[in-house]
Design a protein around this ligand. Structure first.
Ligand SMILES: [Zn+2]
Length: 137
């Protein structure tokens, strides 16, 4: 079995890669939308880039909308809870509960089917699929 080299993302030892090269990181990146994990990085103009392995699934964009809506409801809930809003708290709670169950069900359908991990990365970092990896993160 060939041993996989994992590149340390904090030390910039991946800096020799050229655009289009792929390499494996010592960090397992978890998509904030579908929770699929990968350590497969693509070198881009601006540096290493992550692509969620689950992004080709139609449900990924649906899930992304739902996660954003859930975050929006969270902010409304905090506003409401702090007394800054006269919204119906019960309705907000019901909406959040319903949306949370939908998100959990769709994430469960992704399961571990699309994980793309090689080697044994020791850290997990959550990211958003549309965002390029930035070393200062
Ligand atoms: Zn994803």
């Amino acid at each position: 079995m060939v041993e996989i080299r994992l590149y340390n993302m904090d030390s910039n030892n991946w800096a020799g890669f050229k655009q289009g090269d792929r390499f494996r990181s010592d960090v397992s990146y978890k998509c904030g939308v579908c929770h699929t994990k990968t350590n497969d990085l693509l070198m881009d103009d601006d540096g290493p880039r992550l692509i969620c392995p689950g992004i080709q699934e139609d449900l990924h964009s649906v899930l992304e909308r739902n996660v954003k809506e859930d975050q929006r409801l969270d902010l409304r809930f905090e506003d409401c809870h702090a007394g800054n809003s006269v919204e119906d708290l019960d309705k907000l709670l019901r909406d959040r509960h319903y949306l949370g169950r939908c998100i959990d069900q769709v994430r469960a359908s992704f399961g571990n089917n699309f994980n793309n991990i090689e080697g044994d990365p020791q850290r997990v970092v959550e990211y958003w699929s549309a965002k390029k990896y930035e070393t200062q993160l």
